[in-house]
Structure formats: C-alpha cells, structure tokens
Design a protein around this ligand. Structure first.
Ligand code: NCD
Length: 338
C-alpha cells in the first residue's frame, strides 16, 4: 500500500509486504526510542491525540512516538471534556480537529466510529481502538513482539502456535491480531474462553478459510499445552451491561507461575496487551510471573513506541528524513532495555 497520507483504520488494509515494511521502519527507530539519537524530522508537525475512551499506554506511547520524531502533541483525553457531550457529530469534530493537526490518532467506544471520522478528516487518521472492533497499532506491536521473541528461539511467525485466553468476544486486540495473522501461513490457534465470550464466528471462519487451524476450548489445561505464545486478555468489563455480569467471567482463566510451569511448554512467550486486572477477583496474569524471562509484556509496551514511530514516519513520509537528520542525544541516558 502507499502509506503516504493514508488513514490506518484496520489491519485488513495491509498485505504482508506492508507489515514487513512497518517492521523494518520500526527496527530503524530503535536508536531514537533508546534515546541515543534524536530526530527533528517532524519539527513543526502537530498530532491531534483524541481519546474518547480510557487509555494509558496507547495514548502516551503515540504521543511519545510523535515527540521522539520532533513533533508536538495536543490531546483530548476525556469524552466529558469535549464538545461530543454537547451533541457534536463525528463529522463536525473531524472537520474542526483536522484543521488544527497534521495527523490524528483517535479512540472511540463505537465500532466504525474512527472510519467514519476519517472520511470527514482532512489529515490522516490512525485508529487507536474503535469499540470492540479493531486496534491495529496494538496488533502490529504484538506481532512485532512475537516475531522478535520467536526469532530469538530460531522460529518464525509462519507455522507458529498461539493461545489466546479470556474475553475473546469483546477484545479488539485479539480481533486485530487474529486478522493480521490471516496474512501468514499455517498458524495453530488455541482459543481459550468461556463459551459466552468466544471469538466472533466470522473471525474464526476467516482464519479457517485462510488455512489456519482453530481449536476453541473452555479447558485451560488443554488449550495451554501446545503454544509458542500465550496471549492473555482482561475481561472487558466496560462492554458488559453491568459489572455483575462481568463478574460471572472474571477470574475464570488465569495464568500464574504454577499453572505456567505445569501446563505450558518451557519456551512459551507470555503476552498481554495490558492493562492486566490485578484485583483479587480477576488477576488473569499473576504478578508472580514478573521476573519470568518469557514474560514479554513490557517488551510489548517498549515495542509499541517503535511501531507507532514507524506508522507516523510512513504516513507523514519522513522515513528518509529521520535517517538523514539523526543526531546524538545531548543528555545522559541510562535507561535500560531488556
Ligand atoms: C487494550 C484496549 O484498549 O483494547 N489496551 C491497550 O490498548 N493496550 C486492552 C484492554 O483494555 O484490555
């Protein structure tokens, strides 16, 4: 695809070479994210970072990624603090904000909202999550992480086995990651969830039609035993009618050190898009795994900056300029990366 000026709304707009291009550009962003080099390639550019749903990582890492390329960030972080609560349409908001920004990242609770917003925007729009539907930058950073983790085990994405655990019905991260994996070959999916929270049928059908094998189960032990990667998710409480309804499912599928040691292969990479729900009744990914070398959750968050820098560099067409204008950082930087 031609990235220059493009909206990034869904993983379904990518071909495999597009994903490889994003990953190659993400690799080239490492010195900037590690703070050994500084770029001013986006000097003067403005990101409109519009989050109409709660977010920590996605909002801050998109903002940081833009700053690391030399651009400035303007944020709307609360639906209550914006004119949407006064009845303003997405169309009007898009027309207005796109007059103030060079690129927009948007998160919104409704499926299709970001696509609708993009049609009215005068600048490129990147989907930071539209309801239960998609979260393309998360899927890219997840796959980028999987690729790196498996590479260190001399394995690749084609032919891998992935366990997805938890609220697969409402989790937009697993929807986008599954659809991104349609571009790869011969993947084995172990989908572990309560029956009521299964992966949407149309996604399962797409996976099977692409030649992947899909095993859906409610049995944690059975689903866990044969994976290169296991991807835990939080019960998406905000998508349920009530907290009580979410409570029916919370805490049913958990990974901790004992369960991992008993049921997973010794090399299985442990992932989670975060936030993990650490409350006693939930705890889908126990903190007793924090020191485990296969726990990749903070490598995921670090990789998120690289992937988001790559998206900005491609969409705003500064990949070459970033390389050309790089200079050394002026300050002491002792930040550690795993
Ligand atoms: C996820 C999301 O918002 O979909 N978080 C994130 O962006 N890393 C997952 C979640 O909230 O459970």
């Amino acid at each position: 695809m031609d990235f220059r000026g493009a909206h990034i709304i869904s993983v379904q707009q990518f071909e495999r070479p597009d994903v490889e291009r994003i990953f190659a550009v993400a690799d080239s962003m490492e010195p900037f994210a590690r703070r050994t080099q500084v770029s001013k390639a986006l000097d003067g550019a403005i990101l409109g970072n519009m989050f109409f749903e709660p977010s920590t990582r996605t909002r801050v890492s998109f903002g940081c990624a833009f700053n690391m390329l030399g651009g400035a960030v303007r944020e709307t972080a609360e639906i209550g603090a914006s004119s949407i609560t006064k009845g303003e349409s997405l169309y009007d908001t898009a027309r207005v904000i796109s007059g103030y920004s060079d690129v927009i990242v948007m998160r919104h609770p409704r499926t299709g909202s970001v696509a609708e917003f993009a049609t009215a925007s005068r600048v490129p729009v990147i989907n930071g999550g539209d309801g239960v539907n998609e979260h393309p930058s998360q899927a890219l950073l997840d796959l980028y992480t999987i690729r790196k983790e498996l590479e260190s085990q001399q394995a690749g994405i084609d032919g891998m086995r992935i366990g997805m655990v938890g609220d697969l019905k409402h989790g937009r991260t697993v929807h986008s990651l599954s659809r991104l994996l349609l571009l790869y070959r011969n993947i084995r999916f172990n989908l572990i969830s309560p029956r009521q929270l299964r992966m949407p049928g149309e996604i399962v059908a797409e996976l099977r039609a692409a030649g992947h094998s899909v095993n859906e189960t409610e049995d944690m032990a059975e689903g866990l035993h044969d994976n290169d990667t296991v991807y835990l998710t939080r019960i998406q409480e905000e998508r349920f009618e009530s907290r009580l309804e979410a409570d029916l499912y919370r805490g049913r599928f958990r990974l901790n050190r004992a369960i991992y040691t008993r049921h997973c292969q010794p090399n299985t990479v442990i992932m989670h898009p975060l936030p993990r729900d650490t409350r006693a009744g939930a705890n889908e990914l126990d903190e007793d795994l924090n020191q485990h070398p296969n726990l990749a959750i903070f490598r995921q968050t670090d990789n998120g900056v690289l992937v988001r820098m790559a998206l900005f560099a491609l969409v705003l067409d500064v990949v070459e300029a970033v390389a050309r204008q790089a200079r050394a950082a002026n300050w002491f930087t002792g930040r550690r990366f795993d």
